[in-house]
Design a protein around this ligand. Structure first.
Ligand SMILES: NC(=O)c1ccc[n+]([C@@H]2O[C@H](COP(=O)([O-])OP(=O)(O)OC[C@H]3O[C@@H](n4cnc5c(N)ncnc54)[C@H](OP(=O)(O)O)[C@@H]3O)[C@@H](O)[C@H]2O)c1
Length: 274
């Protein structure tokens, strides 16, 4: 039975992916900061089908917890076939108003935590000659948005690491790919680490917030395209580097992704894998 380890399963995409992967026959390790407050959907499934899903504690910013979850998963199930770095946090605010500590927290959650989980899981996948690592990035990795500098920078960095690692690990049978969602209605805005704009930025931030609130209000409730993208990323025999999810994002990103593709092929040439 293939094993999928997923981060950030307390709500949104992570919760839906955990259910979908269990439904597809994966043994799912659904991690979240507070498993004692897990959503009913996962709690009920874990009670009914303990062979299909286990709920486990993981704050992705905590190094000891990252080590423990990889060790425990390997000790219990012997393998990790799919690692999904889904946990993430947003923040709105003017760069000047965001303390450095908060910028770092964003990067710990959206970039360094995921990279360290890859660092821990990769040797085992490499030794087995198979594995899929799926990083949930965002359209924000390419669309740079004012008042979201920390979020855009963290997702851009995760996208870059994904693209580089995908070349570096492919000869070992391990693929590192991304699911790149556009806007969908989840708990992300409620959990966002927003900062009130100071006087110099107040007018522009108010305008931005009005526009962005409208965009979030229009975002689809149906998150199934993101789940479908994650399933495809995990199972496609020859996976794409990026799986854009959401009608608008596919449309907007298509020309950008086509434009960067030749640049990304350079890495293949450098490794002699062209
Ligand atoms: N919704 C969108 O429009 C959208 C678009 C593009 C990309 N994304 C990305 O999709 C991913 C999932 O977000 P979502 O939309 O499903 O929002 P969500 O419902 O807020 O889910 C985010 C998940 O990340 C978890 N998380 C945050 N910090 C964590 C930490 N330090 N350790 C472990 N878990 C942590 C949250 O857990 P807690 O309950 O403990 O806070 C929650 O389970 C994120 O990476 C997000 O950036 C979302």
């Amino acid at each position: 039975m293939a094993v999928a380890l997923i981060t950030g399963c307390s709500s949104g995409f992570g919760e839906a992916m955990a259910l979908a992967f269990a439904d597809r026959g994966y043994r799912v390790v659904a991690t979240m900061r507070r498993p004692e407050a897990a959503p009913d959907s996962l709690r009920n499934l874990a009670a009914a089908r303990p062979d299909a899903i286990v709920l486990a504690a993981l704050d992705v910013t905590d190094a000891a917890m990252r080590n423990a979850i990889i060790e425990q998963t390997l000790a219990r199930f012997g393998q990790i076939d799919v690692l999904i770095n889904n946990a993430g946090v947003g923040a709105r605010g003017a760069f000047e108003d965001i303390p450095e500590s908060q910028f770092r927290t964003m990067f710990e959650t959206n970039l360094f935590g995921p990279l360290d989980l890859i660092r821990l899981a990769l040797p085992h996948m490499r030794a087995r000659g198979t594995g899929r690592i799926i990083n949930v990035t965002s359209v924000a990795a390419f669309m740079k948005t004012p008042f979201m500098s920390a979020y855009c920078a963290s997702k851009h960095a995760l996208d870059a690491a994904t693209a580089a690692l995908n070349i570096e690990t492919r000869s070992f049978g391990v693929r590192v790919v991304s699911v790149m969602p556009g806007p969908f209605k989840t708990a992300l805005p409620q959990k966002s680490l927003d900062r009130e704009a100071s006087a110099p930025y107040a007018a522009a931030a108010a305008q931005f917030n009005t526009n962005f609130d409208g965009l979030e209000a229009r975002a689809p409730d149906d998150i199934s395209p993101v789940v479908a993208a994650a399933l495809a990323a995990a199972t496609d025999p020859e996976p794409q580097l990026r799986y854009p999810a959401g009608t608008e994002v596919v449309h907007i990103l298509q020309p950008i992704l086509q434009a960067v593709a030749p640049m990304e092929k350079i890495g293949l040439h450098l490794t002699g894998q062209a």
